[in-house]
Design a binder for this molecule. Sequence first.
Ligand SMILES: Nc1ncnc2c1ncn2[C@@H]1O[C@H](COP(=O)(O)OP(=O)(O)O)[C@@H](O)[C@H]1O
Ligand SMILES: [Mg+2]
Length: 631
Amino acid sequence: MDILNKVKQYREEEKTLKWEGTFADYLAIIRERPEVAQTAHSRVYNMIKHSGLSERDGRKMYHFFGEEIFGLEESIERLVEEYFHPAAKRLDVRKRILLLMGPVSGGKSTIVTMLKRGLEQYSRTDEGAVYAIKGCPMHEDPLHLIPKHLREEFYDDYGIRIEGSLSPLNTMRLDKEYGGKIEDVQVERIFLSEDKRIGIGTFSPSDPKSQDIADLTGSIDFSTIAEYGSESDPRAYRFDGELNKANRGMMEFQEMLKCDEKFLWHLLSLTQEGNFKAGRFALISADELIVAHTNESEYRSFISNKKNEALHSRIIVMPIPYNLRVSQEERIYEKMINESDMKHVHIAPHALRVAAIFSILTRLEDSKKQSVDIVKKMRLYDGENVEGFSQIDVEELKKEYPVEGMNGIDPRYVINRISSAIIRKEVPSINALDVLRSLKDGLDQHASISDEAKEDYMNYISVARKEYDEIAKKEVQKAFVYSYEESAKTLMDNYLDNVEAFCNKNKLRDQLTGEEMSPDEKLMRSIEEQIGISENAKKAFREEILIRISAYARKGKRFDYNSHDRLREAIQKKLFADLKDIVKITTSSKTPDESQLKKVNEVISRLIDEHGYNSVSANELLRYVGSLLNR
Ligand SMILES: Nc1ncnc2c1ncn2[C@@H]1O[C@H](COP(=O)(O)OP(=O)(O)O)[C@@H](O)[C@H]1O
Ligand SMILES: [Mg+2]
């Protein structure tokens, strides 16, 4: 099986990446590749940079996030430039906890998860390689072995700064196992892994009464105290808290602000001084990025509490608002649907777009500019051209609200409503109207929407519906006039044959049967009436056309569909009138005649083949557009 091969390949690759040697060997490695000894923050930043970067509309796009995070370029740019980059340069922000603040389901956890998965991958590359003292539960940085008084010299020689002291456990091991000879200490390459608890940790608070600080900083191992004789022997301590395990990488602190204060104080010292206290030992140095996330109201109540004052200055808050671009929102839904068990369901074209329009409208703030209503603003934000406005206006609009998008409908709500629409319908196919209906019905059950907001939201549902009506009509028209040029030509040839016979008082001959027929008065009139030619004027009009044709013939030019403006207009109008009739037929009880049926089927197969519908959704679309035209 292919999968087993892949697993094997991965295992073998890991084997080849493995490295073990003495501290002396390690020094040789960093002499050549000093980046190996970088700090955790620097590694995260380089990892992000490593995936590449491009610029669009003066905005930096970090590819690292680009495949899974959509429409948050501004927030990401800020996150990288105001946190990761300076932190990598050992500036002060590094000493603060990174707190992502934003509305529910806005992508915060996704960003954190990407960083974790990214680090796992990156530590397997040459650029992202990490080495540690072998056998250390905290995978301690081997450079801690260098005594403090020699570090200045080491820096001059290697260009690498060393922070942090050798841990109590490794201090003891150095003495007992290596007789104090640092050059002999075994070093190994490590591969960060959340599953194996190497360099990546997650802490989530549980019941404050039962939760133990040990979850963060480890605990005494009572089974070994007897062996080592004392609680203060580091060998009798399990360094297996999340802070220990996340050393050299990152720790995610879930629900940080809901956490008991005593946990936060540990973080304070860790972030500020780069060390924390565990058991009865000297401070333990750790090098890790701490990321937490929260929503706005939780954050506000946190900072309004005087007791938390000391913590404020040690947290750097990065807003992660909702995406505000319709087209990006559609991508979010597509991604979420692909990850779900709804993948097999047919989602008619524009269904996600209409949902996205609704969501974005709920997130936008009203502009103070009179001339910009919310729909225009939505279009401008999505990069569409709106008459009378430019992208400079967009920048101005954005300045009105420094952080916009902290409220509104979240992507998960939309996905839940889509899935409940699917359950309600028997066929695995849903369209834009199903989605809108479901979004609307769900508003009643939505816990966090005020009555006032609900009124606005209902209004946005109608706006989205109107947008859809326009899209739907255009879609059908497009499918219908596909063979437009051809239909127009056929219709005109047909008309001209009849006109010629009429003027010359001839009969026409049926091409199939050879039968003689009189000119088709009904057909000619149905075209002429489109441009208001009366019964009295018809003869003159028909003669004028014939004269035009012979004038063309004399000059050796071909008379075609574009040669006579008024005739062309008449033919076009006639075709569109037919369209209306045909579309209407689909909603009326009248049975269509053969040619109408043929046309309807043509339109339907066109919608299926070229526009992404299936037969259910194509029929639904036609019926809907028919009902619109019947109004
Ligand atoms: N801007 C976005 N780009 C891509 N996916 C998003 C975005 N915002 C939300 N999502 C998706 O919505 C869902 C909820 O996001 P999540 O990261 O759990 O949000 P949070 O942690 O902020 O509550 C996830 O499936 C996520 O992929
Ligand atoms: Mg989350």
